[in-house]
Design a protein around this ligand. Structure first.
Ligand SMILES: *Cc1c(COP(=O)(O)O)cnc(C)c1O
Length: 287
């Protein structure tokens, strides 16, 4: 079951969640989209009332906080991604946080279903004996990836500071432009700023989002769209018979969103280039 998103944060809408929960529902998977934490207080409350698990998709939310606590620091099973594009990377891989018993089970499943001691058998003092306690996978992180991750971890504060500086520059430049809508940050969160999702007020422009992106490309600015809503993808559309307007908030925002370059390697000059390009396109294409 899909639930529509909140019009401001584009994270799951807690009211929409209430409407799709049924007796069959077992868990809810909120995405902290772009690094803005979802409304966990209401999601957790709904989940508790219906006896659901909450599995947080924190792929964008490393270093984010909700009501003063780090995302992943609570009692929900929380999945982070360290894929190449994320705020902290090990090229591929990720991390789970959550209740110790679930993490222990995940650890066993991630290496052939071998009991915990198997991880230690090549260490000094480690024995040869292990047991396969259930059929598992080979989903373990390599030591090389972990070494990259530890080096990244030392730099995460610097990375996040630069992301916030870039965001502040973009939002200062675009905040007063009536054709543009800048991303919001609710007061009770720390935003991980994985993405800077700019939204167009299409009624104030003579061009649509696709053309806006082409104009940016022509000015040598790379952008993307995060994301094409799940219900528009052929597999889900055809299997479940979804129409675009079944999730009107996700759909209408999809049509007017684009993600601007946002990463710690951006120079002040790069940021200025992006700002000038965006404002130039708006100026030349006002309705
Ligand atoms: C990247 C990403 C994932 C998947 O992460 P992997 O490490 O590639 O499995 C999941 N959810 C969101 C929102 C993502 O952006």
């Amino acid at each position: 079951m899909l639930a529509d998103v909140d019009a401001e944060t584009l994270c799951i809408d807690a009211d929409a969640l209430e409407r799709v929960v049924t007796a069959q529902t077992r868990a809810v998977i909120p995405v902290h989209l772009g690094g803005h934490p979802a409304d966990l207080a209401r999601i957790n409350e709904t989940a508790a009332r219906h006896g659901l698990h909450v599995v947080e998709d924190a792929a964008h939310a490393f270093a984010a906080k909700y009501q003063g606590r780090a995302i992943g620091g609570g009692s929900n099973l929380t999945a982070f991604s360290f894929y190449a594009t994320k705020n902290l990377t090990t090229a591929e891989g990720g991390m789970l946080t959550g209740p110790p018993e679930l993490l222990e089970r995940a650890r066993v499943l991630s290496l052939h279903g071998m009991s915990r001691d198997a991880w230690r058998r090549y260490e000094k003092g480690g024995g040869w004996y292990y047991e396969v306690v259930e059929p598992g996978f080979k989903y373990n992180m390599t030591d090389i990836q972990a070494a990259i991750g530890l080096a990244q971890l030392n730099k995460i504060d610097v990375f996040q500071r630069r992301r916030r500086e870039v965001v502040a520059a973009y939002s200062a430049a675009f905040g007063a432009e009536p054709a543009l809508q800048i991303p919001i940050k609710r007061p009770d969160v720390e935003h991980a700023w994985h993405l800077y999702v700019l939204r167009l007020h299409l009624e104030r422009l003579r061009i649509g989002r696709d053309r806006f992106i082409e104009e940016l490309t022509a000015r040598n600015i790379g952008t993307s769209v995060h994301f094409i809503p799940i219900h528009l993808h052929p597999y889900y559309r055809d299997k479940y018979g979804y129409r675009p307007e079944d999730f009107p908030v996700a759909y209408s925002n999809y049509l007017r969103m684009l993600s601007l370059p946002l990463h710690p390697g951006l120079s002040d000059e790069d940021v200025q280039d992006v700002i000038e390009a965006v404002l130039d396109i708006v100026e030349k294409n006002r309705a």
